[in-house]
Design a protein around this ligand. Structure first.
Ligand code: HEC
Ligand code: HEC
Length: 284
């Protein structure tokens, strides 16, 4: 600013606007020129050090030998270094023990998120929100139990709930009565004829006297208004009773197969996923 000259002493370019705006021939400020030279220098140094000029096969390499792949690998190594102590601990601990440790279980949840998205969300929905035919994992309604061991079992060994179809042994009226009974139960009442059939047909053998289900067999709770095979309409319930679930040899049967993951995933990954599912909100 100190070298600012009196505008009247500076020659102009001859350009004149509005009668009195003259374009002067002042040099740009020093700081500006220096920045310009410095950026030129930076370009030259950069070109020498880093891969820069595209050629037919690739690009100039730069004398530092830097590549994006190398940088990526270094980053992965750094991340692995941070993870290693956690991973080693998880390896040697039971899922129950991990769950009891806040720091480790938080780590497990964070690292299982992507895994869940890749391997589970396709069936169980994002965050375990469920899909028609695939159970919600984020609620406290469990077919096989919501304690950490049961969840780990479900993931490691898979599940395959079986219910025979009753379409050959019952007539339409009886199927209707049973389905009416299911609907009534979910609303806290009952349907007399259906209730009788529920006992005499042996439904209680799997779903229990109170129809609240049996986790040992993966038999659904029929009183909670949560329907595995949505929608919970009379027709849809009737269909389940008629054709069963995973009923061998029956083409129309409902399918409910949870694949076993113990071959595809490491034991630590299965534990992580069990903790993730447990912490979705419905763990017991
Ligand atoms: C191909 C679809 C499919 C995939 C993939 C899948 N599941 Fe399942 N899962 C099911 C079905 C169907 C059931 C219910 C099985 C039954 O009714 O017997 C189930 C049941 C479960 C249960 C038991 C739920 C309960 O109420 O007791 C858990 C826990 C579970 N899955 C977790 C997972 C996790 C974690 C993954 C990812 C590693 C996963 N599932 C991937 C279809 C799938
Ligand atoms: C051999 C055991 C078994 C018997 C017997 C049985 N069920 Fe089931 N039932 C199951 C299982 C297991 C499921 C859950 C299947 C799944 O989700 O994978 C189920 C599911 C259902 C469902 C679907 C529930 C939902 O949430 O959508 C209905 C309805 C049902 N059973 C009604 C009956 C009725 C009525 C009878 C008697 C006529 C009966 N079941 C007999 C094992 C049985």
């Amino acid at each position: 600013m100190s070298d600012k000259k009196n505008p009247n002493e500076v020659p102009d370019t001859g350009h004149l606007w509005d009668g009195n705006l003259r374009e002067l021939t002042n040099q740009p400020p020093k700081w500006w020129m220096n920045t310009l030279y410095l950026s030129g220098l930076f370009v030259v140094v950069y070109l020498i050090l880093y891969p820069a000029i595209p050629l037919l096969n690739g690009a100039t390499k730069g004398i530092l030998g830097w590549t994006q792949m190398k940088r990526l690998n270094e980053t992965v190594v750094e991340i692995e270094k941070i993870r290693a102590p956690y991973e080693n601990k998880l390896k040697g601990m039971s899922a129950t023990a991990i769950l009891a440790d806040d720091e480790l279980s938080n780590y497990a949840v964070r690292s299982a998120k992507v895994l869940f998205g890749d391997r589970c969300a396709g069936c169980h929905g994002t965050g375990g929100s469920g899909n028609p035919g695939y159970p919600v994992l984020a609620d406290d309604d469990w077919l096989y139990g919501g304690n950490i061991d049961a969840i780990q079992q479900s993931i490691a060994n898979g599940r395959n709930g079986m219910m025979p179809g009753f379409g050959t042994s019952l007539n339409e009226q009886q199927l209707d009565d049973l389905a009416q009974h299911m609907l009534a139960l979910s609303k806290g009442s009952e349907h007399a004829a259906g209730k009788e059939l529920f006992v005499s047909q042996g439904c209680i053998g799997c779903h229990g006297m109170d129809a609240k289900g049996m986790q040992m067999m993966g038999a659904a709770n029929l009183t909670d208004a949560i329907w595995r095979f949505t929608p919970g309409t009379l027709e849809s319930i009737k269909y389940t009773i008629k054709y069963g679930v995973n009923s061998p040899g029956a083409e129309e049967t409902r399918n409910a197969e949870m694949p076993a993951f113990q071959q595809q995933l490491s034991e630590t990954d299965v534990k992580k996923l069990a903790i993730y599912v447990h912490k979705l909100g419905g763990g017991q």
